[in-house]
Design a protein around this ligand. Structure first.
Ligand SMILES: *Cc1c(COP(=O)(O)O)cnc(C)c1O
Length: 306
């Protein structure tokens, strides 16, 4: 399994750097992005064909949807403990039902208890329950990204990597991989939700799982583009999303748009010097792009003649 590595000639010329895309939005699985890479590794480490998987996340979570479809593909049951972040996403819920997942919808404060209750009751009915951490923030998830980074940096001498950072397993794995094979490569995590203090700690935790040695100050993590938190965005992030789409890169305002905005800003200020090799690790987010676009008022999105 791997995703394409592409040089984007047009944007490279425009920005004055060599821009390379790692297209994890194109991993061979629908709508999953980085959650596919993480979950394949997670499930491979629990090769119990009788296991029932339990995990948690928002109704529209890429993680929950990916686990539901993967479990369906393997013919294994999955139970999701969901919360409704940012209003009900009835389409996401319908897809989960179609994939055969069962679920509860609870307030965020009730997630932990519900996971415990469901685990106990499924175990009482004879299932081997494997609880997958939310977002697949797990050693397996981080290891998947460490190994992918070892491959990428064998082919590309990236000076800096930009990636959207949420629970931190993706960035942590990338940081561990970079340290192992090309320590001069900077790994910049762009927060999609958390403020620096908590976000950076989670990244370091995941990086350490994947073999990284270092301290908090070795993790580059910015919360400058979080736009108030998860699922929120500003017109500045929306503009970065549009730059992406107009150059054939499907971005979303929840995850990848924030990371791409940081990349554009750092190239513009010279924080990333001219002629650098810049790798944008595209983590997916197509679902989020579609959901966001459907909420954009027609007047905002009307095509204008050039
Ligand atoms: C989940 C997700 C992320 C964040 O990944 P973490 O490993 O949780 O930091 C980034 N981009 C997309 C599209 C995601 O779905």
């Amino acid at each position: 399994m791997d995703s394409p590595l592409q040089v984007h000639t047009q944007l490279s010329n425009e920005l004055g750097v060599e821009l390379i895309l790692k297209r994890d939005d194109l991993l061979p699985f629908p709508l999953a992005g980085n959650k596919y890479r993480k979950l394949v590794r997670e499930l491979a480490e629990y090769p119990d064909r009788n296991a029932l998987y339990i995990t948690n996340g928002a109704v529209s979570s890429n993680h929950c949807r990916t686990l539901a479809i993967l479990a369906a593909e393997m013919g294994q049951p999955v139970h999701l403990v969901l919360h409704e972040a940012g209003g009900p996403d009835v389409t996401a819920l319908a897809l989960l039902r179609q994939s055969g997942a069962s679920y509860d919808i609870v307030a965020p404060s009730g997630i932990r208890q519900m996971i415990e209750d469901r685990t106990a009751s499924y175990e009482a009915s004879g299932y081997n329950v494997h609880v997958v951490p939310g977002g697949c923030h797990s050693p397996a998830g981080a290891a998947a990204y460490r190994d992918a980074t070892l491959n990428v940096l064998q082919d590309v001498s990236a000076d800096v990597i930009y990636v959207a950072s949420g629970t931190g397993a993706t960035q942590g794995g990338i940081a561990a991989g970079a340290q192992a094979i090309r320590p001069s490569t900077r790994v910049v995590g762009v927060s999609v939700a958390r403020e620096c203090s908590r976000g950076r700690e989670a990244v370091l935790e995941a990086a350490a799982w994947a073999g990284f040695s270092g301290s908090l100050s070795d993790i580059e993590f910015t919360d400058k583009y979080r736009d108030g938190g998860y699922g929120q965005w500003t017109s500045a992030t929306q503009r970065a999303v549009e730059v992406g789409w107009r150059n054939g890169i499907p971005l979303d305002p929840v995850y990848t748009g924030k990371a791409f905005r940081a990349l554009l800003a750092d190239v513009a200020t010279g924080e990333v010097p001219a002629n650098s090799t810049v790798l944008f690790w595209h983590t997916g987010g197509l679902w989020n792009a579609l959901h966001a676009a459907s909420r954009t008022r027609a007047a905002d999105g009307a095509a204008k003649a050039p």
